[in-house]
Design a protein around this ligand. Structure first.
Ligand SMILES: CC(C)=CCC/C(C)=C/CC/C(C)=C/COP(=O)(O)OP(=O)(O)O
Ligand SMILES: [Zn+2]
Length: 418
């Protein structure tokens, strides 16, 4: 491996494993033998960096990511008629990636996104994956988050908060859990989506989250992490959702925080530096947020509990090793980020690799900011709020805005909630 190859590790992977360029976004089928070899190469590249300190520091390909995201945002506005069921998610993934990169979005594009999301709002409250579809908690979370990132009066005005509360009450279950949509399945993602949007828009009522903390606690299993429903295998995505919801509800202490900490600490891969989603599975860039993002949440929960023994001066994960994995192994040289070498770029992985990189760079505890930027200062991203995964100023602005206008509580009395 020479200096040229080291400066663009992904090109080196392609060459070594005879994979075509990552330029096109075609999904590649990688055999398990090839995958094993790729795993070996990840270790080879990272070890070369760790052992040879004359090599250039890894660089965040800012301009390339910006180009990829900008194209995505414009394609989105050209294709608003599409029936794709994840369009509010695309808005959120792209807008959040851009705010992390500190890239402004024009007023006209912001307005286009607001008008499009307004069309995804259901007449019965909440947002659907596309215009005319059924309201669902996941696109509701994505749409509300995207609108809070935009943060204009036009964006806030899109959200019909009274109807949103009706929708949340309609998916609430007697045991405290939530179904994803009317007639749909229960899982812990729905609890997080509901808690996140209700708290951001200030529509939380005493009954809305009654028994929810107890139900979330029942998803924590013997491993220490949380599963999608009680009794299921612990997984980073679900563990993030449950823990973030508990922190928002002020009930983080109800979880077994020490076993949770132990579980997540062991999910950081010893050689790759990135995280796996669950025991015995492969590293994946998106867990840079779902798993590493748990550490700031644990700090928040422990701090509230007054436990100063665990809440010391470190994030309790290897912040530098995670940055090495993201910058060396997850960047497409033509922009966008990915799961691992051998996979294609996409907006989901771009958003969560960048969010994880931001978490690894910024460590704020009790107003003290410990910054650790691998490589040049230009690699620095904006900090993200670990609970909402939106930049903190936008969270503060939304809370301030919606706190000025409380939604009447009598709507809850009218709804049939047990
Ligand atoms: C807010 C919100 C809706 C959050 C979503 C959270 C999230 C990422 C959940 C993941 C669910 C899951 C079991 C993935 C496993 O996929 P896999 O088997 O392909 O991956 P693995 O091998 O890495 O486990
Ligand atoms: Zn992933």
């Amino acid at each position: 491996m020479d200096m040229e190859e080291m400066s663009t590790p992904l090109r080196y992977f392609c060459k070594k494993h005879n994979l075509e360029s990552f330029k096109d976004d075609k999904v590649k089928t990688v055999t398990s033998t090839q995958q094993n070899r790729i795993e070996g190469t990840i270790q080879e590249v990272i070890n070369a960096y760790r052992q040879n300190n004359t090599l250039p520091q890894p660089t965040l390909l800012r301009e390339q990511h910006y180009g990829y995201l900008k194209k995505g945002l414009h394609n989105l506005s050209d294709a608003y008629e599409s029936l794709d069921a994840s369009r509010p998610w695309l808005c959120y993934w792209i807008l959040h990636s851009l705010e992390l990169l500190d890239e402004p979005v024009s007023t006209s594009v912001c307005s286009d996104v607001c008008r499009f999301l307004a069309r995804c709002q259901s007449p019965t409250g909440g947002f659907a994956g596309g215009p005319g579809q059924q309201a669902h908690l996941a696109p509701t979370y994505a749409a509300v988050s995207a609108l809070c990132i935009i943060g204009t009066q036009e964006a806030y005005d899109v959200i019909d908060r009274e109807k949103l509360l009706d929708f949340l009450l309609s998916v609430k279950q007697p045991d405290g859990s939530f179904v994803m949509h009317v007639g749909g399945e229960v899982d812990i993602r729905s609890a997080y989506c509901a808690v996140s949007v209700a708290s951001l828009t200030n529509i939380t009522t005493p009954k809305l989250f009654e028994r929810t903390p107890g139900w979330i606690v029942s998803c924590q299993n013997w491993e220490g992490g949380l599963g999608g429903v009680p009794g299921m295998e612990a997984h980073g995505g679900y563990t993030f959702c449950g823990t973030a919801a508990m922190v928002i509800l002020g009930e983080g202490h109800m979880l077994n925080l020490k076993s949770l900490l132990r579980w997540v600490a062991y999910r950081q891969m010893r050689f790759e530096g990135g995280f796996q989603g669950r025991c015995n599975k492969l590293v994946d860039g998106c867990y840079s947020f779902w798993q590493a993002g748990l550490l700031p949440l644990l700090h928040l929960a422990l701090f509230r509990e007054g436990d100063s023994t665990l809440s010391t001066s470190s994030w309790m994960f290897e912040r530098q090793a995670l940055q090495e994995y993201i910058l060396l192994c997850c960047q497409n040289p033509d922009g966008g980020l990915l799961d691992k070498p051998g996979k294609s770029r996409d907006f989901y992985h771009t958003c969560y690799c960048l969010s994880g990189l931001s978490i690894a760079q910024h460590f704020k505890i009790r107003d003290v900011h410990h910054k650790l930027i691998l490589g040049k200062e230009e690699n620095r991203l904006a900090p993200t709020d670990p609970v909402y995964n939106i930049c903190p100023e936008k969270v503060a602005q939304a809370l301030e805005h919606f706190n000025l206008f409380p939604v009447p509580l009598q709507r809850e009395a009218a709804a049939n909630v047990s």
